[in-house]
Design a protein around this ligand. Structure first.
Ligand SMILES: [Fe+2]
Length: 525
């Protein structure tokens, strides 16, 4: 989320016919990547370390995970790889010395996908730690560590995970990650704004390479710049990640086909979106089910941790209708109450509801982007709500909360990113009636680095925290959120880094809250 004035000129325009050809060519890549045509380089030589971008794992299942790498000896200079397929080998073992590999194989690093490698490893044991690595030519990657999910019918004693979002590289160092690495976690969840699309600006703690990103190469270089941050790269290497995006992986506050800026044709906007989505796929440990089809990419999906927790990962950007009433902070009137307005799109909303109805788990988690509680930020009778968040799509919001209530969904917990602040909110069926039943809990994570040091007093939000009865806590530091879940209770620790304008901040637990099973709403722990 960033407030920014609308601009009118852009530097690209693409005729419709060329655009459609482009979409067709890119859509053929999944087939190409599986069955390589032409030469495969079996013994590549590299001008530098091909594993400079590290390794990652993600989307855990009871029998496996995705393991990822990307061959890029010159990551900030187009990758530094020849335009040919390169054979890699991979190994998975139960020990870090690989004395006993339990699974191994080969995979092609394809130039069409920036020589990224995504291997869906299966045949593993549930709820177990594994180590993995890749080989290419004479080079070997760093050793990654990961963990599978519990069996679907198992009830684990506990699950520990951390979530974060919003890591603007220029406005600060990722000081939460070294501390996150010290935690005993089963999983890391990233709720989006993994990169920011803006041009580099001087006189900030760090600087983006280049202008605002538009082409596939631009997006690739931007991801590479972020992933070369050792604190981020190592956190990928140590835990499996479950990722979703927000707006800045593409363009600030976009909605479906609608650009933040005026005067952008849908074709030009979609061509840019295709570049953004492809680079996202290339850099993230995602399964083939998320492979982009031109400018579309299905990122919403489930991830179940036995009968303890069920994560429903959402995409609130790709399918939403345009922000109502001209975006910004507005009263809850006019288009806000349009029943055709949608935050998730029909397909995703139906998937979410049926997934919730079928869920056997105690805790039902929505891992998503924008704030769901209807925070009034106005003064006195001048009530104002963010049109970019769920209250801008009020009919969608009420439908989902009513669904939680009427269908008795077990313990809904909504995880939110986007706004660079912590909030703990009760989710009430009818927010205009203070006695209305609580139907869920919202935990809003602050940013890792976006908006700079933080910890300051923000009068607008101090007022909002005081005047909205459903708010249990608010805080403006940077950091991440650590959650410790058992069948009886969900404990949340809000970890804060006092500064991000230089590396090496300590970590402070600003507050801890507990949600008791069967009782929506969080209480101080
Ligand atoms: Fe953000």
């Amino acid at each position: 989320m960033t407030q920014r004035s609308k601009r009118h000129n852009r530097r690209y325009g693409i005729p419709r016919r060329e655009f459609l050809q482009y979409v067709a060519a890119v859509s053929a890549i999944p087939t190409i990547a599986v069955r390589a045509v032409g030469r495969v380089n079996e013994r590549p030589k590299f001008p530098g370390n091909p594993f400079a971008l590290g390794v990652a794992s993600g989307d855990p299942e009871p029998d496996g995970v995705v393991i990822w790498t990307r061959l890029a000896p010159q990551p900030l200079d187009g990758g530094g790889m020849p335009h040919e397929a390169v054979r890699t080998r991979w190994e998975v073992a139960t020990d870090a010395t690989f004395a006993n590999p339990v699974r191994q194989g080969t995979a092609l690093a394809m130039p069409q996908l920036g020589h990224s490698v995504h291997v869906e490893v299966d045949g593993l044991q549930p709820q177990r730690r594994y180590f993995y690595r890749f080989h290419a030519g004479n080079e070997t990657s760093p050793v990654g560590r990961t963990r599978t999910a519990p069996a679907r019918d198992a009830l684990p004693d506990r699950l520990r995970f951390a979530f974060t979002s919003c890591q603007h590289y220029e406005t600060g160092y990722f000081n939460g990650y070294p501390h996150m690495q010290q935690e005993d976690l089963d999983l890391v969840i990233h709720l989006g704004d993994y990169i920011y699309e803006y041009a580099g600006i001087d006189k900030r703690p760090r600087k983006h390479i280049g202008s605002e990103i538009v082409s596939l190469d631009d997006y690739r270089t931007r991801y590479a710049q972020y992933r070369l941050d050792k604190t981020l790269q190592d956190t990928h290497r140590l835990f499996p990640w479950l990722v979703t995006w927000d707006d800045h992986e593409f363009d600030n506050n976009y909605a479906n086909l609608v650009s933040e800026e005026d005067g952008i044709s849908p074709e030009a906007f979609l061509a840019r979106r295709m570049n953004a989505y492809q680079a996202y796929y290339e850099f993230m440990p995602l399964r083939r089910r998320s492979f982009p089809r031109g400018p579309h990419m299905k990122l919403y999906r489930g991830c179940q941790y036995g009968r303890l927790a069920n994560f429903h990962v959402l995409d609130t950007r790709q399918y939403r209708t345009d922000q109502p009433n001209g975006d910004g902070q507005k009263p809850m009137t006019d288009k806000v109450l349009d029943p055709r307005a949608t935050m998730l799109g029909n397909k995703q909303e139906h998937w979410l509801m049926s997934s919730l109805l079928q869920s056997p788990s105690t805790w039902n988690v929505l891992a998503q982007q924008v704030m769901m509680a209807p925070l009034n930020r106005g003064e006195g009778q001048d009530r104002r709500y963010s049109m970019d968040q769920w209250p801008g799509y009020e009919v969608s919001r009420r439908r989902l909360l009513r669904f939680f209530h009427e269908r008795k969904i077990a313990n809904p917990v909504v995880l939110t990113g986007d706004i660079h602040l912590n909030w703990v909110n009760d989710l009430q069926l009818d927010f205009q009636d203070p006695k209305s039943p609580r139907v869920g809990t919202e935990l809003v994570g602050t940013s890792m680095s976006s908006s700079g040091n933080g910890g300051n007093v923000i009068p607008e939000y101090e007022r909002a925290a005081a005047q909205n009865d459903f708010v249990r806590w608010y805080n403006s530091n940077r950091g991440y959120v650590a959650c410790d879940i058992t069948p009886q209770a969900w404990t949340t620790h809000f970890r804060a880094t006092p500064f991000v304008d230089k590396p090496g901040s300590p970590i402070v637990t600003k507050a801890s809250f507990v949600i008791e099973q069967g009782q929506p709403g969080a209480k101080p722990a």
